[in-house]
Design a protein around this ligand. Structure first.
Ligand SMILES: Nc1nc2c(ncn2[C@@H]2O[C@H](COP(=O)(O)OP(=O)(O)OP(=O)(O)O)[C@@H](O)[C@H]2O)c(=O)[nH]1
Length: 392
């Protein structure tokens, strides 16, 4: 039996062990998502991909334009032979980045954005290596001090990207290893000068990763605010609709069933009027939790407004969905929400049907079915009329 009660958050929190409280804190600052241990929603990934891509483009263009501008300085301070080689290196580097700028005009996946980011970071690292190779011992000349700054600049630039801890560490390590290739080959990596450089690169990398995490955290928060209902943490109507639109395209392409159910809590006004609005909110939260518990992670759950909830079940026929909805309504009857000395019980009604042709009219149909469930006495599920289930 699935009999559950809700206590206030503070009661629950006080009973937690130190370890549980730490886990709670970790979760509340979105630790799993920031560390890259939990997948972000697919539409968030697309937003992040676009964000990363636009920065890759901007930086590629900036590097491509600025690098050749240094040629007059090369001319003034480098011997002719080195100058020629540096000009070639600068032009090649600039062309690669221009190519990256042109290629990155369109994005449709996070993986692509990540690959472009790696190319953006590795290209200047390779340019730096070629500089080391061309100038060699000449770099010890004080006038060429600025030619050794590039690695620090490259690592510092990592901070403009919203990355998870895992991505940030991988990318920065990859860049640092590329930057150190020369010293690794010549076995100079353990000299004091090299270790000093590595230490400084490590510090800048730490700061850059912190900035990346802060950006990602902010983006996750904004995304959540834009797509979820703040009370129940379910999808809001707009993001529910957009996810179901995608799911409907998939269902049509692969000829798979997609069903939808609209729930409405029965006599909810009475709960508010009798026990107060906060008690009503707790009932809404409990019902949202019940939906999350009873449905699959692939199902789409949203708060449609007020005391109405909506779910879409991919890969599920109406017959299968009917059993699921009945199970939810049965469990709903067994829920108890404790508010002060009161124990509130509640029921729900539902309309159920297949999603066909377009999402909006399917919602209208399940809404009509819900209406008949209410008319027939509530606390039950009603199906969209058979004729409606055929594509109209
Ligand atoms: N506590 C709380 N109440 C809400 C919220 N959103 C809507 N409501 C209330 O939900 C109630 C809905 O009432 P009605 O539409 O009359 O429906 P009902 O009382 O559930 O009756 P039936 O649907 O016919 O069974 C209204 O009193 C709204 O104020 C919310 O976020 N929190």
């Amino acid at each position: 039996m699935n009999r559950k009660t809700i206590k206030s958050f503070d009661d629950n929190h006080l009973n937690l062990s130190l370890w549980q409280q730490l886990i709670f804190l970790f979760e509340s600052v979105r630790g799993y998502e920031l560390f890259g241990l939990k997948q972000h929603p697919s539409d968030f990934n697309l937003v992040r991909a676009e964000y990363i891509n636009s920065r890759v483009r901007l930086l590629a263009l900036l590097f491509a334009v600025l690098t050749p501008l240094w040629i007059p300085v090369d001319y003034l301070i480098l011997p002719w032979e080195h100058f020629q080689q540096m000009v070639v290196a600068r032009i090649v580097f600039s062309l690669v980045l221009l190519w990256l700028w042109v290629r990155t005009s369109y994005i449709h996946s996070l993986d692509k954005a990540r690959t472009r980011l790696v190319v953006l970071m590795v290209t200047p690292a390779l340019f730096h290596l070629s500089t080391q190779f061309i100038l060699g011992e000449y770099l010890l000349d004080e006038r060429l001090a600025s030619y050794t700054f590039l690695p620090f600049l490259i690592i510092a630039i990592h901070c403009v990207f919203p990355l998870t801890l895992k991505e940030g560490i991988l990318l920065a390590s990859f860049t640092i290893i590329t930057l150190s290739t020369d010293e690794l080959i010549q076995q100079r990596i353990l000299t004091l000068a090299s270790l000093n450089n590595l230490w400084l690169l490590g510090v800048i990398m730490g700061i850059a990763i912190w900035a990346q995490l802060s950006q990602l955290h902010m983006q996750l928060k904004l995304f959540e605010q834009a797509t979820t209902d703040s009370l129940t943490r379910l999808l809001n109507r707009r993001s529910f609709m957009s996810l179901v639109e995608n799911e409907l395209s998939r269902a049509e392409r692969y000829h798979r069933p997609l069903t939808m159910a609209l729930f409405d809590l029965d006599f909810f006004k009475k709960v508010n009027d009798t026990y107060g609005h906060q008690a009503g909110d707790k009932v809404l939260i409990r019902f949202a939790e019940l939906l999350k518990e009873e449905l699959r992670t692939t199902d789409i759950i949203g708060r449609f407004g007020g005391e109405e909830f909506i779910v879409a079940l991919p890969e599920t026929s109406v017959t299968e969905a009917y059993k699921v909805i009945e199970r939810i309504l049965t469990n709903c009857r067994q829920q108890v929400v404790e508010v002060d000395e009161h124990r509130i019980q509640f029921t729900a009604s539902a309309g159920l049907g297949e999603v066909l042709v377009d999402v909006l009219s399917s919602i209208n149909h399940v809404d009509e079915a819900l209406y008949s469930a209410k008319e027939n006495g509530r606390d039950q599920v009603a199906l969209v009329k058979a004729s409606r289930s055929l594509a109209e």
